[in-house]
Write a protein that binds this ligand. Structure first.
Ligand code: ZN
Length: 322
């Protein structure tokens, strides 16, 4: 009775996929007293050859595996044995290729939070802003090539991502930093000019010239505004006043410098300083403690980035304003 082989099917399948085409799992030997299948005992698993219906025992992988079944196939059904060996080799090759492509696609790129990646993101934005390059720079074939030569793991952000980051940077860092610098200024000169972009947008830009605490002559771009209404004297004055209020510069403007366009002259003909800046507002606006993330990147010129597709605009000075 003790020698009787008792077989019971478990939730199990033959471990080698190719072998499953030639053999069918029948069941495990199991302990009649405990009812536990004898998983690791030599020759404890039974399989039926699908070609000759013979039942063969084999071992679980930890005890030597399916070599018994392979031997049977090789001896009695050499054609099937060869077929399965070819299939097995092909599937090994395929999984190797799959692994390789996974390694290439995933492993080789930086995570968005990687230090190297975020340093690249910042320097790309700096490059675009400083050299007045289009925000679609990352899409260009030449730049893609630069990336692969430098570090193929770098991921180039899309145009819209860059645009979004610029907006955020502008709100969270550029403007607060500009306000912080201007807060310590005593007096300065506003220079403004207007022109039409290549896209025919009316542009009004403001610079602020002043001498800082260390006696350095400074010139900051303090605002670039898109004006798509007729650039009359009133309109220009309205934008000027709004910017002075926004930056708390009202009382610090010693002089306004423009070209001799009649609209410009009209805007500032009777210079009335905008002295109505509320002191309380002044305090709350400029006392913000803003952490500047990237101090080493700040240069003397603070550019308020504008969404423009032209870098020739600066050459196109006179005569465009109505
Ligand atoms: Zn057989």
């Amino acid at each position: 009775m003790a020698d009787q082989v008792l077989i019971r099917a478990e939730d199990y399948q033959i471990p080698v996929k190719a072998i499953r085409e030639a053999f069918q799992y029948i069941g495990h030997k199991y302990d009649t007293i405990t009812g536990i299948p004898k998983m690791n005992e030599p020759t404890s698993i039974q399989a039926k050859c699908l070609i000759c219906d013979k039942i063969y025992p084999y071992q679980s992988p930890s005890c030597g595996g399916v070599s018994n079944l392979m031997r049977h196939l090789k001896k009695y059904h050499p054609g099937k044995s060869e077929e399965l060996q070819i299939k097995q080799a092909a599937s090994k090759e395929k999984s190797k290729a799959l692994l390789q492509s996974w390694v290439n696609s995933k492993e080789v790129k930086y995570q968005p939070t990687d230090v190297q990646q975020s340093r690249f993101n910042k320097s790309l934005m700096y490059c675009i802003a400083k050299d007045k390059l289009p925000m679609s720079l990352g899409n260009s074939k030449g730049f893609q090539n630069v990336r692969t030569t430098l570090d193929p793991k770098i991921v180039i952000p899309s145009r819209s991502t860059i645009q979004r980051r610029f907006k955020k940077e502008h709100e969270n860092s550029v403007v607060p930093n500009l306000k912080r610098i201007l807060k310590s200024v005593d007096k300065g000169i506003v220079y403004l000019d207007g022109w039409k972009s290549r896209r025919k947008d009316g542009i009004l830009a403001f610079k602020f010239h002043f001498i800082d605490e260390c006696w350095n002559l400074r010139c900051l771009t303090i605002g670039i505004r898109e004006i798509n209404v007729s650039q009359t004297g009133e309109a220009i004055r309205k934008y000027f006043d709004a910017l002075m209020t926004e930056l708390n510069l009202g009382e610090k403007v010693a002089l306004v410098m423009t070209d001799s366009g009649s609209n410009m002259i009209k805007a500032f003909k009777a210079p009335t300083r905008n002295n109505q800046v509320d002191d309380a507002d002044d305090e709350t606006d400029s006392d913000e403690d803003v952490v500047i993330e990237d101090a080493e990147m700040l240069s003397d010129e603070i550019t308020l980035y504008c969404d423009s597709d032209s870098d020739d605009e600066y050459n196109d000075v006179e005569g465009e304003i109505e």
